[in-house]
Design a protein around this ligand. Structure first.
Ligand SMILES: [Zn+2]
Length: 498
């Protein structure tokens, strides 16, 4: 007997033949898919629970290949589109967030993912990785696990200087600590030891430094004349330690990459490249660097904000997938939005037309958020498509609405017109997390309001209340933030580095 039968919907399998089965069905036993076929064929099965999927698409859950833990309790609170945003949030994470912040944020972030049909999310812990202890990654994973969404926790050493200052709060008192590079590596290894394959393999943990090399900018392309000619001792130690831990725990490596850094890194005997690595953005990478990505089989994640030559790199044969880079302003967990924004941002590769609408067709966008995404995070044996034997991470999308009617080309309709709010049912490991639009694993209102309170307390503690009540720009063509600019000088005096 099946545990679960989803029947009567349009099954978008994302299997190797990309079958779409009208009036189809998916059968689940335990945490695995055991049947994919027509509703007619499924009629002979009995199931403990049957979900009528009339007017719904039945699809694999989305995989967000790059997002950030921490931002879920910031979002629009800190003028997210100003250049000081990164500095402000990094300082909050490193010096004003309690250990529990990461648990509360993990729950809200996971709820956001769940409601958009994301069943697996790759999450950096922080913006530039909070890495002085394993507790932050562990608490974040605890939050995700409570909601039930699959998480790949990414943690590792932050960018220099080393040692780096961080603050912990004990009984309401701030204690500033100097943390060495090797202590960060130990914290990363401890997080991976505790989390990789935890929660019945709903949690994995990757080695994830912030940036490829300590000597190269982790956030922007580096001009060729500013690149170091050779790897420094710190760079080489960095690569040695990252691979040592990745090998010890048999896990993968993920980080952000910007132009120029591969030119320097390729000189190492053990560069962060290859089929066990996926690099985010690769903005500003030269043609030679793109060739290195291709030749080494390195996966590349992009977002709508990446300035990456996406179309040429895909023609070259580089495996690429879409991430949200969120949650933040202009980028939440809604992969429907992410697919469309990626298309708008990246479809142009012609110097003549300026806008080649045939690039990045809806089917490719859907591959880049499901099966291609599973491949670049090394989890396609279990995830990314609806096939017998794979893990039962399944969503249903309600098509019976004014936006998606008529629906003659179902993939075009869903990708170009769908929204996170159309996701009605979500199953991870065969367990139902969302039922007819209602979260069933937790009391959603309680989780949201506890998160809101944690955010308020943290931002107040960090002295950022003026950002929480910023003038929105009524009647102005351009918004002019008044005094509400983050004070970098104060941050430096307070122990920050940005
Ligand atoms: Zn990012």
């Amino acid at each position: 007997m099946l545990d679960l039968l989803l029947t009567g919907g349009s099954v978008i399998t994302m299997d190797p033949k990309r079958r779409i089965i009208e009036d189809g069905a998916v059968g689940i036993e335990g945490n695995r898919i055991v049947f994919v076929g027509t509703a007619q064929e499924a009629r002979g099965f009995s199931a403990k629970k049957t979900v009528d999927c009339k007017h719904h698409a039945i699809m694999p859950g989305f995989i967000d290949t790059h997002s950030h833990g921490g931002h879920g309790l910031i979002r629009a609170s800190l003028l997210g589109n100003t250049s000081d945003w990164m500095a402000a949030i990094t300082h909050v994470y490193n010096h004003y967030a309690y250990d529990e912040y990461w648990y509360y944020e993990g729950r809200i972030s996971a709820l956001d993912k769940l409601r958009s049909g994301v069943t697996t999310a790759v999450c950096f812990i922080g913006a530039q990785t909070r890495c002085d202890d394993s507790i932050f990654a562990v608490n974040h994973a605890k939050g995700y696990n409570e909601i039930g969404v699959r998480e790949v926790v990414c943690t590792g050493p932050c960018h220099p200087p080393y040692p780096h200052k961080f603050s912990r709060w004990v009984n309401g008192k701030r204690i500033i600590q100097e943390v060495t590079y090797d202590q960060m590596i130990d914290a990363m290894a401890d997080a991976i030891r505790q989390l990789n394959h935890a929660n019945n393999d709903r949690t994995r943990a990757f080695v994830a430094p912030y940036g490829l090399l300590p000597s190269v900018s982790p956030s922007f392309p580096t001009p060729s004349d500013k690149l170091p000619l050779e790897l420094s001792e710190t760079d080489q130690h960095h690569l040695d330690q990252l691979w040592r831990v990745a090998d010890e725990y048999d896990t993968r490596i993920h980080t952000e990459c910007y132009g120029g850094s591969i030119h320097t890194m390729i000189k190492a005997k053990n560069p962060l490249l290859g089929p066990r690595v996926h690099l985010e953005h690769c903005s500003g990478c030269s043609f030679a660097e793109q060739m290195i990505l291709k030749e080494t089989g390195t996966g590349v994640g992009i977002t709508f904000q990446s300035t990456t030559p996406v179309i040429p790199m895909m023609h070259m044969g580089i495996k690429m997938a879409i991430g949200s880079d969120g949650p933040k302003l202009l980028g939440n967990a809604d992969m429907f939005q992410c697919m469309r924004m990626t298309k708008i941002r990246h479809q142009d590769d012609s110097i003549f037309s300026g806008n080649d609408m045939w690039n990045l067709p809806p089917a490719k966008l859907l591959e880049m958020t499901t099966i291609d995404a599973a491949q670049i995070i090394g989890w396609d044996d279990d995830l990314g498509s609806l096939e017998v034997g794979k893990k039962a991470d399944v969503i249903t999308v309600n098509l019976l609405n004014s936006r998606m009617t008529p629906r003659f080309n179902i993939v075009d309709t869903i990708v170009m017109l769908g929204a996170g709010g159309d996701v009605d049912n979500v199953f991870v490991d065969g367990r139902q997390l969302l039922e007819n639009g209602k979260v069933v694993t937790v009391n959603e209102e309680k989780v949201l309001m506890e998160g809101h309170e944690e955010a308020r307390a943290t931002l107040e503690r960090a002295g950022l209340t003026e950002f929480m009540n910023a003038e929105p720009g009524w009647g102005q063509v351009r918004r002019y933030p008044s005094k509400a600019r983050f004070d970098l000088e104060w941050q430096r005096e307070d122990g920050g580095y940005y």
